[in-house]
Design a protein around this ligand. Structure first.
Ligand SMILES: Cc1cc2nc3c(=O)[nH]c(=O)nc-3n(C[C@H](O)[C@H](O)[C@H](O)COP(=O)(O)O)c2cc1C
Length: 178
């Protein structure tokens, strides 16, 4: 069975990127994959200082192990100042090739302003650097404050279809590579 881990890159309590990640995870699960979500808000992580180990922060090892065991990843980030959130970049910096290389990866970004691909493009470069396989399907949700209903469902049916295609591609391509 394909194992996918979702990393949510917002520390905000009512995070739209966390909602988007949850929706993507549900679709991936419906296709028969096993999914685990790690929201960075729930982990106690230090800033990366280049060390291999962080004995005072057991969540570093926990995150590394969970990601290492995965076949594929979903990275969901808010757009902060035109790019990936510092917390998601830091979490990726705490890991290395051993954990990230070879993972089939789907990218989601959530923005307060108009939808664009800045965060997605930057994440694509980062993930190529660690030799992950980033799928071409990607999702940017602009003006996220009006994209979801009160239950966290997407209001735009076209965006919902995009999630279907994203999930299908992630599961299919992960299954091909494992
Ligand atoms: C520090 C900071 C920088 C931001 N920069 C951008 C930006 O460059 N472009 C944009 O459209 N929205 C920007 N926003 C708005 C966030 O992308 C938006 O609030 C988003 O919903 C946050 O994600 P979250 O709901 O998952 O926490 C910024 C918000 C913060 C706090």
């Amino acid at each position: 069975m394909v194992k996918i881990v979702g990393l949510g890159g917002s520390l905000r309590s009512q995070s739209y990127s966390a909602s988007a990640l949850k929706l993507a995870a549900m679709r991936v699960e419906a296709l028969g994959a096993e999914v685990e979500i790690l929201n960075l808000r729930d982990l106690k992580l230090p800033f990366c200082d280049g060390s291999d180990e962080y004995p005072d922060y057991p969540d570093v090892e926990r995150m590394k192990n969970i990601v290492k065991e995965a076949d594929g990843l979903i990275l969901a980030s808010p757009e902060y100042h035109g790019s990936v959130s510092g917390s998601l970049k830091n979490a990726l910096d705490l890991m290395s090739f051993e954990h990230l290389s070879g993972k089939v990866t789907g990218l989601i970004s959530v923005l307060g302003g108009q939808s664009n691909s800045n965060t997605l493009n930057d994440l694509r470069v980062i993930m190529r650097w660690v030799h992950a396989w980033v799928i071409p399907e990607q999702i940017a949700i602009g003006q996220a404050w009006k994209a979801f209903d009160s239950e966290g469902k997407l209001l735009d049916p076209k965006m919902s279809e995009r999630f279907d295609k994203f999930a299908q591609s992630l599961v299919d391509n992960t299954a091909k590579l494992i």
